[in-house]
Ligand binder design. Structure first.
Ligand code: ADP
Ligand code: MG
Length: 584
């Protein structure tokens, strides 16, 4: 489909869409729009971030809205307040020329009364976060009986953020006749759970192949020692004076650290993560959207759905644990026909990961060398000269000062004068890079240093204080590291707790979680169902539970034996040294 007019959408929508500069439907839109306009059948749609999913469900939903009827006809559920506002803004733009359609956003962390007032006026389309939606449904302010369709946007993210119970509560109350649309960037067991339980014979559409948008992304990686990661960001920013990008970090802590270092080093950067208040988040995002900020340092969760165009760079401070997330991150640049660069900062052990991503998604990375001091200074210098050449001179303002200035600088020749001006601006830079080292790592030289490196990585990990936890589920219950992380995130209702080492054994498992979160997590998961068992977690300090399990049966599992030996050794050490008993 090459044209929006072929979709059968109303003229008022086509007009708005064309004003927004949408020339033709994206692949997922080309698939979903005709389906939704012609059929009430449930729909599952997979497409990666940035492929236009909002319009894919929004345009047909608006087209089908009966404007003379003020009852709620479409409910869109999405994971965060930011997305909620963004979707509402997008739908409002699409419906600019539709008379009488009212779109209302309801989300947590903001007064319910104001939202209830808006609902009472009659909103045909409601965009909501699951928690607030459930609350308003229970209070009978949001009525489901009249719904024609419910849209689960970013379903995977809603589930991994722990909204499963809220979604269950909402979906189980839906009228039988409604159409359910599920949009997700990835397919997971949890997503399948929802589709199986609440959807009726859904048609499955997907546009997950690399689309035209992502083709414009140039994937690069830099290989350095872990300790030099930050230096790489600095050099990337320095060699690209007009950089406008997102630096993705894995945890809140890392996000804060990287952002505050950048700010201290006078870069135009700030952090976006879950610890900020709503007002702070809005403020940071606003500055980023209006390009007052050049670098946004963010966690995946905080940046999810944040729709900013024209980004020049995506920087992966760390590769994400899940390869698919790399594709989401990088898909935030190279949009709308523009090209963009996605950079992964990796250390030698991660070379494998780059190959994995290349193979799985059919993309190619180029290995780039971290620019050296001379290269950066040259670039910065020319950028400065260019700026001087093009600067707007305000004759009127500056005129009166000039005679005195000319007089003072009279003794300098033209050449000398230029040198002085450039140095005044540039000495800081020259100074910093004067003795800059080459921080690139040569993969071939790295072989053999592996042991040392692993020790260092262990040391690095120790900087975060972890609590080790025992959980009564293991591979026998289909527990995998990924599912365990899902269970943890769901329990904590966020994906931002730092998780350390995970050991999945047959009947039970151990994992580490950042100190402050352990008690909260144990409480949250207590008695929760996992594959038919009731979960029970304990802090595993002296590991008494391990002894009990040892008695129960003698499993042949090799991992178990290793664990047991390790544990015994640890115990000896502990009793001998009289240490605290916490595993390091
Ligand atoms: P997703 O939900 O899949 O991550 P969005 O719906 O937020 O993606 O859309 C991403 C960007 O693409 C937005 O800026 C949106 O305005 C733009 N967009 C959507 N559809 C089109 C289209 N058909 N043509 C051009 N741009 C589009
Ligand atoms: Mg979206």
């Amino acid at each position: 489909m090459n044209n929006f007019t072929e979709t059968g959408l109303a003229d008022v929508l086509l007009k708005a869409v064309s004003e927004l500069g949408f020339e033709k439907p994206t692949p997922i839109q080309a698939k979903t729009i005709p389906h939704l306009l012609n059929s009430g059948q449930d729909l599952i749609a997979f497409a990666q971030t940035g492929t236009g999913k909002t319009a894919a469900f929004g345009l047909p939903a608006l087209h089908l809205t009966q404007v003379e009827d003020r009852r709620t006809q479409t409910l869109v559920l999405c994971p965060t307040r930011e997305l909620c506002m963004q979707i509402t803004k997008d739908l409002t733009n699409y419906s600019k020329y539709m008379k009488g359609v009212n779109i209302v956003a309801v989300y947590g962390g903001s007064s319910a009364d104001v939202q209830i007032k808006a609902l009472n006026k009659g909103a045909q389309v409601v965009v909501a976060t699951p928690g607030r939606a459930k609350d308003l449904i229970n209070r009978r302010k949001l009525k489901l009986a009249t719904l024609d369709r419910v849209v689960l946007d970013e379903a995977d993210e809603m589930l991994s953020m722990g909204f499963k119970e809220d979604l269950d509560a909402i979906l189980s109350k839906m009228p039988g006749s409604r159409q359910t649309l599920l949009f997700s960037a990835t397919m997971s067991k949890e997503v399948m759970g929802i589709t199986g339980k609440y959807m009726n014979n859904p048609v499955e559409l997907s546009a997950t192949q690399m689309n035209t948008v992502a083709v414009n992304v140039n994937h690069q990686y830099y290989m350095v020692h872990a300790r030099d990661r930050y230096e790489v960001i600095k050099r990337i920013a320095d060699i690209n004076p007009n950089i406008y990008g997102i630096v993705f970090c894995r945890t809140r802590r890392e996000t804060k650290e990287v952002a505050s270092k950048l700010m201290n080093d006078a870069y135009n950067a700030d952090a976006l993560h879950g610890d900020l208040s709503q007002a702070q988040r809005d403020e940071v995002m606003n500055r980023f959207r209006t390009r007052q900020l050049q670098l946004l340092v963010a966690t995946d969760v905080a940046a999810r759905g944040l729709d900013v165009n024209n980004l020049t760079h995506i920087i992966n401070f760390n590769l994400p644990d899940d390869n698919e997330i790399y594709i989401h991150r990088s898909g935030r640049t190279g949009r709308a026909g523009k090209s963009g660069i996605s950079i992964a900062i990796v250390h030698t052990r991660e070379g494998k990961r780059i190959k994995e991503i290349e193979k799985k998604f059919g993309i190619k990375f180029s290995k780039e060398l971290v620019p050296g001091g001379k290269e950066i200074c040259t670039k910065q210098l020319y950028s400065l000269i260019d700026k001087i050449e093009k600067v707007q001179v305000d004759e009127k303002q500056i005129g009166p000062f000039m005679p005195a200035i000319y007089k003072k600088l009279e003794w300098l020749s033209r050449e000398e004068l230029i040198k002085h001006f450039v140095s005044a601006e540039f000495n800081r830079f020259l100074d910093y890079y004067k003795n800059a080292k080459d921080i690139n790592v040569d993969e071939s030289q790295e072989r053999g240093k592996k042991g040392k490196r692993e020790k260092r990585s262990r040391d690095e990990r120790r900087q975060t204080a972890f609590t080790r936890i025992f959980i009564n589920a293991g591979s026998k219950n289909d527990l995998t590291p990924a599912r365990l992380i899902g269970v943890i995130n769901e329990g904590l209702r966020s994906g931002e707790a730092e998780i350390g080492k995970i050991e999945i054994l047959r009947k039970f498992s151990f994992f580490e979680i950042e100190d402050g979160m352990a008690v909260k997590l144990i409480d949250a998961l207590k008695g929760k169902d996992f594959e038919g068992i009731s979960l029970s977690l304990e802090v595993s300090q002296e590991r008494p539970e391990f002894a009990n399990y040892q008695k129960s049966k003698s499993p042949k599992h090799k991992g178990y034996k290793n664990m047991r030996d390790k544990w015994k050794k640890g115990k000896e050490k502990r009793s001998g040294g009289g240490g605290r008993g916490r595993r390091k």
